[in-house]
Design a protein around this ligand. Structure first.
Ligand SMILES: Cc1cc2nc3c(=O)[nH]c(=O)nc-3n(C[C@H](O)[C@H](O)[C@H](O)COP(=O)(O)OP(=O)(O)OC[C@H]3O[C@@H](n4cnc5c(N)ncnc54)[C@H](O)[C@@H]3O)c2cc1C
Length: 412
């Protein structure tokens, strides 16, 4: 029996490691090297998994956590740690239980995969692109690549692990969705996830590169109701905002029509309105003849002063002794709720991950086998599952990849 795996990313590599070597295992990737995306993960350090409880793992899955129950149970975060450590790679756990190779080199993760697939006699077809899959009577007949036609016998298995549509320069250009649609699968609309938010604000603000810690970033609707919020670090980019809190927020709001919604940043979430008012009164008392912006510089980064003043609708050059109590309240509201109109999420190719993909109700969650086409399996980012940052997305690729490889190795 042949097991043909399309895509040598984390999911396809896991499937290749899990496949029984008594079969002919073929791993095809259009890149010249395996694991091109793994190489850039975790800023080149690869946050391979999270050293967390099962409960925490599922709390960090944004889309379709239930679908992952079975595959995760058979290959969980601890299994990932054991897999690499038993292969001789030392790992370390950092802030937020994020697990990295002790060497801080993602290439060491790829090296282990490389050794493991060699042990498993996997035949690597690199620099070979799958261009089409031929189906007939709910089975696969042929895999067509730019180099050859691979005939598929009734007992052979095919695993599609072609990833999502983010960072297409790593090879994930969304080809697998075309094959899945041809097979009769439904694709849940693709959305950028863990992505920056583009804002609609005047170019005059000089905030690019400004990073803020311990802030709350919220999505609010036109009634001012909070839809989602995240606490942590954020960063102003050339045309919007990014950074950990914003990336997490983006994954939670990417299925919402963002028209009529806005982003609100609480610059002082630890201070109540009353406490902030007391602070402001103190600042005002000591700086009566100075301009408003001077006091704002004492309360927030300089670049934010004109934005706070504009949000409060007060000229930043107004003298403090001219500012009324009502205006002071407006300033407090601006500091605790800096409002920005949203243009959109940044494009899908700039997202860390693609949300959406093959509908999970058409895949067997234990085996990753298609419920439509016999002997066809899916694993990794191509499936409609996604998670927050922290090593959870690679863990999804590994859990589903191992499940697919093991199941494909079984003869019925
Ligand atoms: C910048 C960045 C940083 C990240 N950091 C982390 C992190 O630290 N921790 C974490 O958990 N997650 C991280 N992620 C997410 C994580 O990398 C992905 O979730 C994961 O790699 C998905 O694995 P995959 O195997 O499903 O897909 P991919 O890794 O995208 O692999 C798909 C493979 O299929 C191949 N392919 C596609 N089409 C064809 C075709 N037609 N023929 C042949 N081959 C084909 C591609 O060349 C590619 O190699 C990061 C993502 C990015 C973009």
């Amino acid at each position: 029996m042949k097991i043909i795996i399309i895509g040598a990313g984390a999911a396809g590599l896991a499937a290749a490691c899990a496949s029984d070597k008594n079969n002919e295992i073929i791993l095809i990737d259009k890149n010249e090297k395996i694991g091109k995306k793994i190489y850039i993960t975790g800023k080149g350090r690869c946050n391979i998994t999270n050293n967390c409880s099962d409960e925490t793992f599922f709390e960090n899955i944004v889309t379709n956590p239930k679908f992952l129950t079975s595959s995760y149970k058979s290959f969980n975060c601890k299994s990932t740690i054991e897999f690499f450590e038993n292969s001789g790679l030392k790992l370390k756990t950092e802030r937020g239980n994020r697990v990295f190779p002790e060497s801080d080199k993602s290439s060491d993760i790829i090296k282990i995969f490389s050794e493991k697939i060699a042990e498993n006699n996997v035949k690597l077809h690199l620099g070979e692109k799958v261009t089409d899959i031929v189906f007939s009577n709910n089975t696969i007949k042929e895999i067509i690549t730019d180099k050859q036609i691979i005939k598929i016998a009734p007992e052979d298995k095919v695993i599609i692990a072609t990833g999502g549509k983010s960072y297409p320069q790593t090879g994930s250009t969304g080809d697998g969705y075309k094959f899945a649609i041809k097979a009769g699968h439904k694709i849940i609309p693709l959305k950028a996830a863990l992505v920056a938010i583009i804002l609609n604000y005047p170019k005059k603000y000089n905030t690019q590169g400004l990073s803020l810690k311990n802030v709350t970033v919220s999505l609010k609707n036109s009634d001012g109701k909070t839809i989602e919020k995240e606490f942590g670090e954020m960063l102003f980019t050339e045309d919007g905002i990014s950074g950990p809190a914003v990336l997490s927020l983006s994954s939670k709001i990417n299925k919402i029509d963002l028209k009529n919604h806005y982003v609100e940043i609480d610059l002082k979430p630890a201070l109540s309105y009353e406490k902030l008012d007391m602070r402001l009164i103190r600042e005002f008392d000591g700086n009566k003849n100075k301009n408003l912006k001077y006091v704002l510089y004492n309360l927030s980064p300089k670049a934010l002063a004109p934005i706070i003043a504009d949000n409060a609708n007060i000229d930043e050059n107004r003298k403090i002794n001219e500012i009324t109590k009502a205006e002071r309240i407006k300033i407090i509201n601006a500091i605790k709720g800096l409002k920005f109109q949203i243009k959109s999420l940044a494009p899908i190719d700039t997202g860390i991950i693609t949300s959406g993909g093959i509908a999970v109700n058409e895949i067997n969650p234990k085996t990753m086998e298609s419920k439509i086409i016999k002997n066809l399996y899916f694993c990794g980012e191509i499936i409609d599952v996604d998670a927050l940052t922290g090593g959870f997305n690679l863990q999804i690729a590994l859990s589903t990849g191992f499940a697919a490889g093991r199941a494909a190795s079984k003869t019925v």
